[in-house]
Design a protein around this ligand. Structure first.
Ligand SMILES: [Fe+2]
Ligand SMILES: [Fe+2]
Length: 187
C-alpha cells in the first residue's frame, strides 16, 4: 500500500550506488532538496552574525568596569566562548556544503544580523547584548522554518544554536533586572 503522504524510503542498493557518484559533492547528496548556493549564502550571514557576537562579548568581557562587574564580566566571557562554538559550527557546515566560510573582516557588519553595540557602561553593555540576542533568536527561528525538511542537517544545527541564544537572551534579561531592579522588557 502506498499513499502519497507516506515518505519514500530508498533501498540500500540504490543508496549505495548513488553515494558512489558525485563524490566531489561531499555531504551534498541527491536527497538534499535545498538550494545549496542559497543555503551557503544564508549561512555566510549567520557566520558573520556569530563573529560579531564573539567580538562584542569579548570586548565587553574586557571593558566592563565598576562595582559588581566581576560576575557580569564572567558571564560575557562565557557567552563569547559559546558564540565562538557557534561560529565554528556554522563555518564547518558551510565547508560541508562545498562553500568557503567567509571570515573576511571587510563588510562583516553588513553581512551580520547582529550589531557591534559598544555600550558605555555596564547596563548599556547588557542591553546591547540583550538586543543582539533577541535579533539572533528571531532570525534563527525564521531560518529553522525556512530550512524545514529541505536541509535537516542545517536546521538541526540552527536549532541547537537557537536554544543557546535563548539562554543568552534570558541571562542578559536577568542581569538587567539585577542591575536595574526591574524588568526592561514586557513578557
Ligand atoms: Fe551565537
Ligand atoms: Fe548568543
Amino acid at each position: 500500500m502506498s499513499d502519497s503522504n507516506t515518505p519514500f524510503i530508498t533501498d540500500v542498493k540504490t543508496l549505495r550506488e548513488r553515494a558512489r557518484r558525485h563524490l566531489d559533492r561531499g555531504a551534498v547528496t541527491s536527497t538534499y532538496s535545498g538550494d545549496v548556493s542559497k543555503t551557503i549564502e544564508i549561512l555566510q550571514n549567520v557566520l558573520a552574525t556569530e563573529i560579531v557576537c564573539v567580538l562584542r562579548y569579548t570586548m565587553h568581557a574586557i571593558a566592563a568596569t565598576g562595582i559588581s562587574s566581576e560576575g557580569v564580566k564572567a558571564e560575557f566571557a562565557q557567552h563569547a566562548k559559546e558564540e565562538q562554538g557557534h561560529m565554528a559550527a556554522v563555518a564547518e557546515r558551510i565547508n560541508q556544503l562545498g562553500g568557503r566560510p567567509n571570515f573576511n573582516p571587510e563588510g562583516l557588519t553588513t553581512r551580520a544580523a547582529s550589531e557591534y553595540g559598544v555600550g558605555t557602561n555596564l547596563v548599556e553593555m547588557i542591553k546591547e547584548n540583550l538586543i543582539a540576542e533577541r535579533i539572533a533568536v528571531d532570525h534563527y527561528r525564521e531560518l529553522i522554518r525556512f530550512f524545514g525538511e529541505n536541509d535537516p542537517g542545517t536546521r538541526v544545527m540552527l536549532e541547537g544554536i537557537l536554544v543557546v541564544e535563548e539562554e543568552h537572551a534570558n541571562d542578559m534579561h536577568d542581569l538587567l533586572v539585577a542591575h536595574e531592579g526591574h524588568p526592561m522588557l514586557e513578557r
